[in-house]
Write a protein that binds this ligand. Sequence first.
Ligand SMILES: Cc1cc2nc3c(=O)[nH]c(=O)nc-3n(C[C@H](O)[C@H](O)[C@H](O)COP(=O)(O)O)c2cc1C
Length: 347
Amino acid sequence: MMPHRPLPIIAAPMAGGPSTPELVAAVGDAGGMGLLAGGYLTPQRLAEQIAETRDRTVAPFGVNLFVPEEERPDPETLEAYSRALARPASRLGVEPPTVGEYDDDAYPAKLEMLLEDPVAVVSFTFGLPGAETVRRLRRLGTAVVLTVADAEDARCAAALSPDALAVQGTEAGGHRATLAMTNEPNSLGLDELLTQVREVTDLPLIAAGGISTPHRAAEVLRTGAHAVQIGTAYLTTREAGTKAPHRRALLEAAAHGGPGAPTLVTRAFSGRPARALANSFTEEHDAESPAGYPHVHHMTAPLRAAAARADDAQHLNLWAGTGHADCHEESAGELTRRLAAPVLGGI
Ligand SMILES: Cc1cc2nc3c(=O)[nH]c(=O)nc-3n(C[C@H](O)[C@H](O)[C@H](O)COP(=O)(O)O)c2cc1C
């Protein structure tokens, strides 16, 4: 069972820095639920973040994990992409990238930790955990959430009997939760996807993608979603660990009003499809970027780190959902209460 919360608002796990214990605790204290992003963290760093969150709040919170890839990308396309990245690497003053390594993101160790020292919710993305993992977590009282982005994936996920599905429409910022890395994501908007997923399961659905205003949150909840999961709008909250050029790019785009700067779904940064603000890096490399997670993620890591050091938003992965023009600078508690204002209910 999903833990009961006064507000049906979930702060999405955002790997790569934005999700912090401070953010997760602030959302929990406001009556919503925050998820720590276990992806990319070492098991030790994740343990520290869990401990820090517990120090900050008594509210329940969750942890998100990346399920390791089963497919291996084609080595030749990876080689070709690494050669293409030599130019931006030299511009940024870093060594030309070599083909990145496969790694499992230390998934087994992080999972073991969550089985030994349970948290309220564990959500999974990029794949499905084993059936025994779902059973073990649930026996410990941990609610299990599986992330999907199409109805067929939802059918496979539902067969594992989790507590809920996180359903991610094409509007969503960051990685799209296709279960197979090489699958091209569909372009179904959240409303249509929720309708399709409801046809294959009665599980509680957590709706994600482009939800950035109280009005839209209320609209989605009225369709019967159990809760809404929101990422981009939290990126500019004070408690988020969003890199300075990313935060600035979002606030600049928001300041221009209207629909905001264009976003695109690109494999250019990680080899998996993810929605980001368009910048010079996506303009130059989107078309040639291969299906190659996690290798491409590792290939571009030194470039992204150099860009962050140089305060250069043009070579950073500026993950953003289609609702990014509503980003404000505010506290995570204020945002949580504001988003929930038109609705009453509980998670
Ligand atoms: C910066 C960023 C990082 C993200 N990282 C993760 C992650 O680690 N795990 C995950 O399941 N989803 C991740 N997501 C996707 C969110 O879970 C969620 O689906 C998405 O933010 C919802 O769309 P929105 O950004 O338009 O609100 C990320 C999203 C963003 C914006």
